[in-house]
Design a protein around this ligand. Structure first.
Ligand SMILES: [Zn+2]
Length: 457
């Protein structure tokens, strides 16, 4: 009897332990089942069969879907490459892409039936993007094989219309040497440069120095600046791009005069420059729709006077993230407070239920309304007097600043443009950076112009 009692007790204990284990498992399953089901080691999903939902652009053009062969992308190669970093690849290697971030929705996982319904059909939701496939194609082609980043978004609704990063690869036919190449041609190919990269901003940073000058120098507009082609600060020569002579402030900005802006940064000092740069979003990141941007960087603490001068010209250790620069332009366009960007318009289940819909969201205030208004006037003067209004589609009334950022290492400069349309019929804020692009206006300016033209048609 004694032996039987002990055995019964052991059995009871084992049963209790088993039941407790099952409960723990079921709790984990209910909580984490969705993420287990869509892990990369589930090869049937990474091959795309269960990523059954479609991805559509803002005009309902299907840019990715699944059939019996697996994941299928748009039939135009430039559209596939232009949308690569937002739509994503089939393996989910582009971390900030929709096919990675919205994998659960696209695969249609649910707790009861898992990934496949009892009728053998897949349940993936459709994800509709705010992007315009044709504008992305245009931007990709305008980059002409150069590395870089292009972002255009509606500064009143936040809808991203064009977001293109290069280099890329064709997700419909990934090259065989994509992961084995050692020449560097695919370096950074899984990174979305718009969100995840920073570049030396060059003269586009003069917008920040200009904002600091507007706020700190009451008689700024009645001042005269003098450029003889160079100036010596702290024993170091700061060269200008030309000999600009005497000019007022808005002309100094339109001339992108290094002498005027270098001297202004020194006059303003490290504290005011840093405070304004941080108020405008430097040294912080921005998050929306599940992605977070790389931080733009302004570090003038401990800089010598000549280094401080270069920091106000957008060189020294300055770095800028393209998405952040577009958000900054949205702030100027909106009277000081940006509308934040977003790229998911809606998520709709296979039976037509909209489970997520994007709405406009304001960011933190960056500028006072008066500073924003003055910057807008100067940036508009820039386009009409320095670049020519004919560079952009007629009637858009573009306000912009270009940059030609020296990057050293024997490389050609990074070409930049940041700006927005002041015509509220076409409320687009934009930024483009082109590596080894030579002049800002000739490379990034031409790309922005091409995309704005595509959006105008
Ligand atoms: Zn000058």
């Amino acid at each position: 009897m004694k032996t039987t009692g002990t055995r019964s007790l052991i059995l009871i204990l084992l049963t209790v332990a088993f039941a407790a284990g099952m409960l723990l498992f079921l709790a984990d399953y209910a909580r984490d089942g969705g993420s287990w089901a869509i892990q990369a080691f589930n090869k049937h999903i990474t091959l795309g069969q269960n990523l059954s939902g479609r991805v559509l652009d803002r005009n309902d053009t299907v840019v990715a879907y699944s059939d019996e062969t697996g994941r299928v992308y748009h039939d135009d190669r430039s559209v596939r490459l232009g949308l690569l970093h937002v739509v994503g690849d089939t393996r989910g290697y582009i971390a900030t892409s929709v096919q990675n971030l919205y994998r659960a929705e696209l695969s249609g996982y649910n707790l009861v039936t898992g990934l496949v319904s009892p009728f053998g059909e897949t349940n993936g939701s459709d994800v509709k993007l705010t992007l315009d496939a044709n504008a992305c194609k245009t931007a990709y082609e305008a980059l002409g094989g150069k590395k870089g980043a292009v972002i255009v978004y509606n500064y009143t609704t936040g809808e991203i219309l064009c977001e293109v990063s290069a280099p890329g690869f064709d997700p419909g036919a990934p090259p065989d040497d994509l992961d084995t190449d050692e020449t560097g041609k695919y370096e950074g190919v899984y990174l979305n440069n718009v969100l995840s990269s920073t570049y030396t901003p060059g003269s586009t940073f003069k917008v920040v120095t200009a904002a600091a000058a507007i706020e700190a120098i009451p008689d700024l507009d009645s001042r005269t600046f003098t450029c003889t082609g160079s100036t010596v600060i702290n024993g170091n020569q700061i060269n200008c791009t030309g000999v600009h002579g005497q000019m007022d402030f808005k002309t100094a900005l339109a001339n992108s005069c290094n002498v005027a802006f270098g001297e202004l940064a020194v006059e303003l000092g490290e504290e005011k420059m840093t405070a304004l740069a941080e108020q405008l979003g430097f040294n912080k990141s921005f998050s929306f729709d599940g992605v977070t941007t790389a931080k733009s960087s302004y570090r003038a603490a401990g800089a010598s006077e000549d280094e401080l001068a270069w920091s106000g010209i957008g060189q020294y250790t300055d770095l800028a993230n393209p998405m952040h620069m577009a958000i900054l332009m949205s702030a100027v366009a909106n009277g000081g407070t940006p509308v934040m960007p977003r790229f998911v318009d809606s998520v709709t289940t296979s039976f037509g239920l909209v489970t997520q819909a994007g709405t406009p969201a304001q960011g933190e205030k960056m500028l006072s309304a008066t500073t924003a208004a003055r910057l807008k006037t100067y940036l508009r003067y820039n386009v009409t007097n320095a670049y020519g209004d004919g560079m952009f589609p007629s009637g858009m009334q573009v306000c912009a600043k270009t940059g030609t950022a020296e990057v050293g290492e024997g490389k050609e400069p990074t070409g930049w443009i940041i700006g927005f349309c002041s015509n509220t019929e076409t409320p687009y804020a934009f930024a483009a950076a082109v590596e080894e692009g030579s002049s800002g206006i000739g490379s990034a300016g031409a790309v922005a112009s091409a995309v704005l033209s595509a959006l105008a048609s």
